[in-house]
Write a protein that binds this ligand. Structure first.
Ligand code: NDP
Length: 443
């Protein structure tokens, strides 16, 4: 054996698995063809959130007037933001490299491929490994539409040299909604074209509706139950023809229609690893693939495609392979946030899912104007909502739409994970005045 653990992909999951395995005494090699850190660090969570912060300033400047401030001339410079973002991403890449090297992990640059069970080829080298981990993540789907070559996916946005003035976004998932808020906040005109009536499939209906309403109030344009038929070059930019016959003018068309597992060219099917129809590696609760000695974690398994989940899966796998006990992944009560403006964050069941699975539920909600906006005059409301099992009083789900919803829900996720009841939330003293206290004062 050349190594104990060969990891393909140095993204959130792969880096964590490599470092932890090395710390447990394993000889580890990690192969990565792109920049270290994968999607999250380079073209996902981190740069997205930096852009989201940038977009918030527009409202902050406007809101300051209500508190007595006169804010001078405002000008936003896209190249400055992107250059600063690039500098931070490069710094993080350096940290990832140092962490791996200092843990004793060997980094091999190149695209790896399984050549036989227990054997990987990369950069002209062949490695025999006891365990092989596939942690290659996913890739944004590109559309199959006339004019597809004129469109962007999320990766491209992070490298645009100019800010598009008019942006049409296709889709209504996390990425579509987040970029709609980013571009709108930075001053672009944004139209979201989506095929259903509601945004964010899988999220609580009421929360998604409140978010759409608040985004519309800010000026994001929505074209629900609509499709893009084709995209053509026009005199000034692009002409986006919709199914209804309408034609939108745009400077950029961003497709955010989902991501697909990155398994092409890895040689997985050739060595007998089972893939599902979308190309995801089929794994069990111990992240084992169908061939002995091959494992997969993170987006490439298409379970819950979030960085902290990939990291959890990595930790469980390392404990299973190099620790003291087989450790099954736990996908219960995974909180998540959509960094739209306002944020939407949730943990646990939606009202719809709870009603279907538990039958008798009680729903508590509050829709209110945050204190801050009593002086800004901004017509923005917040939603906090709890879904409770009527029989056991256990809180099944918490949903928040509003500023810092992600920060609020993270704390409540601990309580829900521990099985908190509504009575226990009621017994908790609030912090006044906050928006979060609403979650412990719902009657
Ligand atoms: P999602 O799977 O969240 O959403 C895909 C969207 O595209 C849906 O609105 C879907 O509509 C629509 N869609 C799919 N196919 C088509 C089509 N052919 N034409 C028009 N619309 C279509 O994907 P995203 O790309 O937004 O995000 C990918 C994943 O990345 C997410 O699932 C999430 O796990 C992760 N992510 C997480 C973030 C976070 O935690 N904050 C941020 C960004 C990404 P419909 O609902 O009708 O199927």
């Amino acid at each position: 054996m050349d190594c104990d653990f060969f990891v393909i992909g140095a993204g959130s999951g792969g880096v964590r698995a490599s470092r932890m395995a090395a710390a447990a005494g394993a000889r580890v090699v990690v192969a990565e063809a792109g920049p270290l850190g994968g999607t999250c660090v380079n073209v996902g969570c981190i740069p997205k959130k930096l852009l989201s912060y940038a977009a918030h300033y527009a409202e902050d400047f406007a809101d300051a007037a209500g508190f007595g401030w006169t804010v001078g001339e405002r000008r936003f410079d896209w190249p400055t933001l992107l250059a600063n973002k690039d500098r931070e991403i490069a710094r993080l890449g350096g940290i990832y490299e140092r962490l791996l090297v200092e843990s004793g992990v060997e980094i091999v640059r190149g695209r790896a491929r399984l050549t036989a069970p227990g054997e990987v080829e990369v950069a002209g080298r062949r490695f025999r490994a006891q365990h092989i981990l596939v942690a290659t993540g996913g890739r944004a789907l590109r559309p199959d539409v006339v004019g597809a070559d004129l469109t962007l996916v999320s990766d491209d946005v992070f490298h645009l040299d100019r800010q598009p003035g008019r942006v049409v976004i296709a889709g209504s998932g996390y990425i579509a909604v987040e970029f709609a808020s980013i571009f709108h906040g930075l001053g672009s005109e944004v139209t979201l074209v989506h095929r259903r009536t509601r945004l964010l499939r899988g999220f609580d209906h009421e929360a998604a509706e409140v978010l759409a309403l608040e985004m519309a109030k800010k000026g994001v344009l929505f074209r629900p139950q609509e499709t893009i038929e084709r995209i053509d070059r026009a005199a000034s930019g692009l002409a986006v023809s919709l199914g209804s016959g309408a034609v939108l003018e745009a400077d950029a068309v961003l497709y955010a229609i989902g991501r697909a597992p990155a398994t092409a060219g890895l040689g997985l099917a050739e060595v007998g690893v089972e893939l599902d129809p979308s190309g995801a590696v089929v794994v069990d609760a111990l992240s084992r693939a169908s061939v002995a000695g091959v494992y997969a974690i993170g987006d490439v398994t298409d379970r819950i495609n979030l960085t902290p989940v990939a990291i959890h899966e990595a930790m469980c796998l390392v404990r299973t392979l190099f620790g003291d006990a087989p450790t099954r992944v736990d996908h219960e009560m995974v909180p998540s946030a959509v960094f739209s403006h306002p944020n939407l964050a949730a943990v646990g069941l939606t009202e719809e899912a709870a009603r279907e699975r538990r039958g008798e539920i009680r729903v508590f909600r509050s829709r209110f104007r945050p204190l801050r906006h009593t002086l800004t005059g901004r017509d923005e409301t917040m939603l906090v909502k709890l879904v409770v099992d009527a029989r056991s009083d256990r809180v099944l789900g918490a949903h928040v739409v509003g500023a810092d919803a992600g920060e609020i829900v993270q704390g409540f996720a601990v309580a829900l994970k521990m099985g908190a009841t509504k009575a226990q939330l009621d017994a908790t003293i609030g912090i006044h005045p906050t928006a979060a206290e609403e979650l412990v004062t719902l009657r």
